[in-house]
Design a protein around this ligand. Structure first.
Ligand SMILES: [Zn+2]
Length: 137
């Protein structure tokens, strides 16, 4: 009965095409167990890293930041011109410290970008506070 065995093995060949998309699997693996992917806070003051004041490469802003902490505890900075970048020198501890200084915590990145005015509509406008506007340390 060799032919019968051959047919049998053919029909039970594992179906690897469906449901085996590596991209899909990656998406499922990175699916958050809670709804919060990012935590963000606003930071009106300049941020200094190892003695150097952080400045936006696009609009030269040096304060009035949106600080974003993602699920991997990576810190991103975003300025009013909507330029956003990863800042590897900052850690989650720095983020928590900025929240502790009176920053407001937001549950969603989209919400804060829109509601706090970091979508680019306020590019170049810096909210008045007790700092000398335009000085960059
Ligand atoms: Zn900018």
């Amino acid at each position: 009965m060799p032919t019968e065995e051959l047919q049998h093995s053919r029909t039970t060949a594992p179906e690897t095409t469906a449901g085996d998309d590596p991209l899909l699997r990656l998406q499922e693996a990175s699916e958050p167990d809670d709804s919060i992917r990012f935590r963000t806070t606003t930071h009106a003051d300049p941020i200094t890293i190892t003695g150097i004041t952080v400045m936006c490469a696009k609009c030269s802003a040096c304060r009035d930041w949106l600080v974003i902490c993602d699920r991997r505890n990576q810190i991103f900075l975003r300025c009013r011109c909507a330029h956003e970048w990863h800042e590897p020198e900052l850690s989650r501890a720095d983020f928590e410290a900025m929240v502790g200084e009176g920053g407001q915590k937001y549950p969603s990145l989209d919400a804060v970008v829109r509601d706090a005015g970091y979508d680019g509509t306020l590019a170049g406008t810096y909210l008045p506070d007790d700092l000398d506007a335009g000085t960059c340390g």
